[in-house]
Design a protein around this ligand. Structure first.
Ligand code: MD3
Ligand code: FE
Length: 216
């Protein structure tokens, strides 16, 4: 369904189809933004943000942490999901209820009913941080969507094709914006451009991104 006609009337629930399978729900997370930030603080007090190493040995410019039954990790061995934080050897922190419920209701809105994420990756961008074009393919079932939640400073998101060489489209993502990526959009290349410096009343000099996944 396309709600473009109502975007001016209901700016708090405006949706845009980027393309088949990708639904942007502008400011969907705004009512929960403070609770989400408290969740991020709780999770990262137990599993602190860190700059993980790619298999190639480079440090990622975004700092990451995870919560839920599984967390995504990268190191010299490769990319994978695992149930323990490699820094502590302990299970990842529990996924806060507000995280789970928001991801489920965004997925419902996009037509993916009953989404039950078992992993939430938390990315924190400081000015200068970016994420190059990549595919998310470490999950077992690509028929499950991914839900992303942006908080704090705005960034330009890049959304490409199924091959790395397809020219990506650029979409600005701001505080509270939620995107559901499923169906034919699920395997597209994507990334974000370099974060510009700024100050946000809730997140200070950072942008946070939560991605909810069904890893297994
Ligand atoms: C499209 N994060 O964590 S969120 C990632 O802003 C990641 O931190 C970016 O890419 C960020 O893997 C982009 C939007 C996003 C997330 C997952 C996707 C778009 C996606 C998976 C498939 C297609
Ligand atoms: Fe990704």
């Amino acid at each position: 369904m396309n709600h473009d006609l109502f975007d001016d009337l209901a700016p708090d629930r405006a949706t845009e189809h980027l393309m088949d399978g990708a639904l942007v729900i502008r400011q969907f997370a705004l009512p929960n933004a403070e609770s989400l930030m408290e969740g991020i603080e709780k999770v990262t007090s137990e599993a602190p943000f860190r700059h993980m190493k790619t298999p190639g040995g480079h440090s990622m410019s975004a700092a990451m942490s995870c919560c839920g039954n599984l967390g995504w990790v990268t190191d010299r061995q490769g990319y994978r999901y695992q149930s323990e934080d490699p820094e502590s050897g302990r299970p990842w922190p529990a996924m806060p209820a507000v995280f789970r419920e928001l991801a489920r209701s965004a997925a419902d809105t996009a037509g993916f009913e009953g989404f039950e994420p078992d992993a939430c990756l938390i990315n924190r961008y400081q000015p200068g941080a970016k994420m190059g074009l990549h595919q998310d393919k470490d999950e077992e079932d690509f028929s499950q969507p991914i839900v992303s939640v942006s908080l704090g400073l705005p960034i330009v998101f890049q959304f490409g094709g199924l091959k790395r060489n397809e020219r990506p489209m650029r979409v600005p993502l701001g505080h509270g914006d939620v995107v559901v990526w499923g169906g034919p959009a699920r395997m597209r290349y994507h990334g974000v451009l370099t974060l510009k410096a700024g100050e946000h009343p809730l997140t200070g000099g950072y942008r946070y991104n939560l991605t909810f996944r069904r890893a297994r």
